[in-house]
Design a binder for this molecule. Structure first.
Ligand code: UDP
Length: 385
């Protein structure tokens, strides 16, 4: 029997947790199962990240239904529940706010302690399924790793016990610090077309994948209008749903925009570091840009990562609004290009802090014992079988 399990399921999970997985792999104090929920499964949305970052592979992989969000979530819950029938871990770890984290319901049903990495982030936008997911898992959790003090305070305001929240910094800083050299040589993985487009070092990068932007025709159109107002070469690795919706809505990008399928991490980070700025609705990309010193336009109505606005590395563009002044967003982000901000996401020790805390908690069975006194009841008395 392994001590703990970590369950991940999408591209940015592999990236953000890559050091945590390596530390777990080399730990003499903790044994673990790495379970892949099956949410992302293609070569360029999954395997390439394991290879490029040399991440230990999952030893358990679920085959889940994929029709829609409900099919994915219910299938993840069922798979986890069945797996836990035979595997009574001391704790099960999740990261983030995706369909995969809703598998925590099955862990709660088995009354096994739940650990949430990336806890207590809030956009305060209740229209986003991700906001509902992260609020749910935080309130089911027995241990929460919050990246920043501000996030911890958000959890406290909701009545989550102070004893279960530990502030660690954001592990994406660890990944960037440790892989900088690999990003520099990431151009070797670029296609010939992209290599040619970036020869003069005067280009932009774009990514768009969020439900609220892609499924909503008027929002996607606003984003296309904005990108079409740029006059530099734009490299746009486009997610598959976005590609499908662009066709369905009959939206066209100008000829300075080069669209391709999603690309590997090292080449993406190479481009991000060299680009003039990035236009993106990705939570992780705007953090990465801020850390690398690249300005961004964040294509979102609301965000759970307001720090990029606080340090002025990012300009907000709300795709749900009708705009006429696209140029003003472009000149705003251009004006940020040569300013220096201090990245606010931590000191690069988050992964070590998280793994050390997991070792401490599992050491003496304190996962069960740490249930704080202000919990309505002591879960150690109510454990199943
Ligand atoms: N990324 C990548 N290739 C791409 C686009 C993004 O490697 O073609 C990386 C990017 O550097 C970041 C992560 O994928 O680390 C972001 O994933 P996504 O935007 O899907 O998720 P989110 O951050 O919004 O959860």
């Amino acid at each position: 029997m392994k001590d703990i399990a970590i369950i991940l399921g999408i591209r940015p999970d592999v990236i953000r947790a890559s050091k945590i997985l390596k530390l777990l792999e080399s730990s003499n104090n903790l044994t673990y199962d790495f379970i892949w929920s099956g949410q992302h499964y293609s070569e360029n949305m999954k395997d390439v990240f394991f290879e490029q970052l040399n991440v230990p592979k999952p030893n358990v992989e679920f085959e889940i239904e994929k029709g829609n969000d409900a099919a994915i979530v219910s299938s993840v819950i069922k798979n986890i529940y069945n797996h836990l029938e035979k595997n009574k871990y001391k704790a099960v770890i999740f990261l983030g706010d995706t369909n995969t984290v809703m598998g925590s319901i099955a862990v709660a049903q088995h009354n096994i302690p739940i650990v949430h990495i990336e806890g207590c982030m809030r956009s305060y936008d209740w229209r986003m399924p991700e906001e509902k997911y992260r609020t749910t898992i935080d309130h089911l959790s027995d241990r929460i790793y919050a990246y920043l003090d501000g996030y911890k305070n958000q959890g406290l305001k909701e009545g989550i016990s102070e004893q279960i929240i530990k502030v660690t910094g954001n592990p994406i800083v660890d990944i960037i610090n440790e892989n900088k050299n690999l990003f520099e040589s990431g151009d070797q993985f670029l296609s010939q077309e992209i290599s040619k487009l970036i020869e003069k070092d005067d280009f932009l990068l774009a990514t768009v994948h969020r439900r609220e932007n892609v499924l909503e025709e008027s929002s996607l159109k606003e984003i296309v209008n904005l990108i079409n107002k740029t006059d530099k070469n734009v490299i746009f690795p486009m997610g598959y749903t976005t590609q499908k919706k662009m066709k369905e809505f009959n939206l066209n990008l100008n000829s300075n925009v080069y669209v391709c399928d999603p690309i590997g991490y090292l080449e993406f980070m190479h481009l991000l570091g060299r680009s003039d700025y990035v236009l993106s609705d990705s939570g992780t990309v705007v953090e990465e840009a801020c850390i690398l010193g690249t300005a961004s336009i964040q294509l979102r109505f609301s965000t759970e990562r307001p720090e990029v606005y606080d340090v002025e590395s990012s300009v907000k563009f709300d795709p749900s609004e009708k705009h006429t002044d696209y140029e003003s967003f472009i000149s705003k982000v251009e004006s940020l290009k040569n300013t220096n901000w201090e990245q606010p996401f931590g000191d690069g020790t988050a992964s070590d802090k998280i793994v050390q805390d997991l070792v401490n908690l599992s050491d003496t069975d304190s996962f069960k014992k740490h249930a704080p006194s202000d919990y309505p009841f002591d879960i150690s008395n109510s454990l199943k079988g």
